[in-house]
Design a protein around this ligand. Structure first.
Ligand SMILES: N[C@@H](CCC(=O)N[C@@H](CS)C(=O)NCC(=O)O)C(=O)O
Length: 187
């Protein structure tokens, strides 16, 4: 519903030519869309210790590699499960089971590889919590909401990684705010 009405309004398309969310507009009128770009901008602007310094090319390359890994091998499948099992419910449509099964198969493979990497590194872009871990949080939370949390809890290092992301106060605030927004949408 939102996609058809709100996101295609002229006002929103001026902010985001593809009619998606999120998009941010600062008090000074600087407009930016694409969640990865927005997070990087905020981390740079406020000097948050969430990504390597530009003066370290190798660390920056490994960070970029982890961002690309997330977008290429995780986000699409996790997004499909979220869309089929969560978003569609709000517009009264049933999930397409074949899409869910296929996406889950891809995620099994993704988390098998992530398990090996996380056993060595602890976090998605190395040994520190970074923006890349933050990029995963909403979609992993959505997998739990959709009954696919076992993809995470059945794997030791993935589970430890998720617990350390989930227990962070900022994550807890986002989870609580999301629950509140969903309850309001259902009322
Ligand atoms: N790559 C974009 C994805 C944007 C996106 O697909 N947003 C979804 C919500 S999570 C949306 O706006 N859906 C409404 C639509 O497709 O019309 C980002 O990370 O910002």
């Amino acid at each position: 519903v939102w996609a058809n009405i709100e996101s295609q309004s002229k006002e929103h398309l001026n902010r985001h030519p593809w009619g998606k969310i999120p998009v941010m507009v600062t008090a000074e009128g600087f407009t930016l869309y694409e969640s990865i770009a927005i997070c990087k901008y905020l981390a740079r602007k406020y000097s948050l210790p969430l990504m390597p310094s530009d003066s370290d090319p190798e660390a920056t390359a490994l960070f970029d590699q982890a961002v690309s890994t997330m977008t290429s091998y995780f986000a699409e499948s996790a997004g499909k499960i979220g869309f089929e099992m969560f978003a569609k419910r709000f517009i009264g449509l049933a999930p397409d089971e074949a899409i869910v099964i296929d996406a889950r198969r891809s995620l099994e493979q993704f988390f098998d590889t992530a398990e090996c990497l996380l056993q060595q590194s602890g976090y998605m872009a190395g040994s520190n919590f970074t923006l890349v871990d933050i990029y995963y949080i909403p979609l992993v939370q959505r997998l739990f909401d959709c009954g696919h949390g076992d993809l995470v809890t059945s794997r030791g290092a993935v589970s430890v990684w998720w617990d350390s992301c989930f227990k962070r106060p900022a994550t807890q605030m986002v989870v609580a705010a999301t629950k509140e927004a969903l309850a309001a949408a259902r009322r």
